[in-house]
Design a protein around this ligand. Sequence first.
Ligand code: FAD
Length: 409
Amino acid sequence: MSDPVLIIGAGVAGLSAATALRAQHIDVLLVEASARVGGRAYTTKLGNHAFDHGANWLHHAERNPLLALVDPAEIIDTDALRTRRVMVGNRVATAEELAERDAAIAVFDHTIAASKTDIAVARALDPVRGTPWIPTIEAWEAAHIAAADPADFSVLDYAATALDGGNRTLRGGLGHFVATSLAPAAGPVFLSTPVSALDWSDGIRAETARGTIRASACIVTCSTAALARIRISPGLPVSPEGLPMGLLTKMAFRLRGEGRMGLAPEESISPMIRDGEPYMSFLAWPGGADHAVAFIGGPKAWELSRAGEAATAAFVRERLRLWLGSDSDKWLAETLMTDWANNEWHLGAYAYARPGHAGDRAALGTPFADGRMVIAGEATAQDGLAGTVAGAWIEGQRAARTVLDAISK
Ligand SMILES: Cc1cc2nc3c(=O)[nH]c(=O)nc-3n(C[C@H](O)[C@H](O)[C@H](O)COP(=O)(O)OP(=O)(O)OC[C@H]3O[C@@H](n4cnc5c(N)ncnc54)[C@H](O)[C@@H]3O)c2cc1C
């Protein structure tokens, strides 16, 4: 009997690859370092409501392959419910200010699109940095959505990965869907089985917490930072160092009492900022939950992750007092903070490319060892789907096809 295909990591990409290979009756060994499946798709409860620590939205709804696998009754069209409040200091932006912001978005988009060399997003924006709202759009797009440091983020990667299209959420949480609907089809998972070393010099051998595994092929789906911690011999054809992990932190607050802080369900608050000011956005009562969530991305998220939960809560409360009034504290009860930076199997939220490394996603995902070794996951996703569960799912399918071809030769 031939050796199984080893899949490292039972996040969305690993589950996707295992499902596809099992459908072809291929012997699969799926190992996961942590004590649960789902990776960065992970739902727990806050009060009686689902809270997604990682992925929450099914982005690119028009072409997201996971939406076809979801019970339609579970899907919430958050775009249809969303209202937005934009703050300038402690007041709501005027219509004129919002028109100025929209004009600045056009300048931002044009400046990014005109950048033909792979410099940092922050450098590409230097010629228009004096334009009001540009620091705000830069913080929203690069630090918040892409979770990256704009000073260290490839402008070509930003342009290739910017989100577009519709967004949906799931009533029971995206992590819950992954664990209960996707994972069963992937077959057994060996939990608490980290891979510490991988040798592909003469066949494929992995050192795990349960001993040595010999494999006919191997699909590695860990985050780029977790990948860099595995001793791989010979070294990878492409280093993951050009694709560092960005950070997005969520701090959720349960609502105290009956009040709703004057905010509608799915209403978001975001500020206008000046260069260097910290950026945070706030989302009220997502999916009908009795909590609200603050989002902090990029360099500020790393700083707060080092400072700890109390410092993060203080930062969020201070922003909310500015936006909602000095008595806003009275609504905020139990908190829950995500901590992806200190999770040893992730070490961040999702990957971005450094200046000069825009091509690294495709290069890292290129199969080697005659197609028997494939790195696949959100970091290697193409077609604008990098950093998403949709991208991770598609990458898992691609990796499965690749190793199937290789072992069938
Ligand atoms: C805060 C946050 C918000 C997000 N929001 C969204 C969103 O709204 N929409 C969206 O589409 N995406 C979002 N994402 C991104 C999305 O979660 C990821 O793109 C996707 O889940 C990655 O899947 P993956 O399979 O590539 O990697 P992972 O989920 O990281 O799976 C890899 C698995 O490998 C395991 N592993 C690591 N090292 C080892 C080892 N040595 N041995 C064995 N196993 C190992 C890990 O434990 C993990 O389970 C968000 C992520 C975060 C953190």
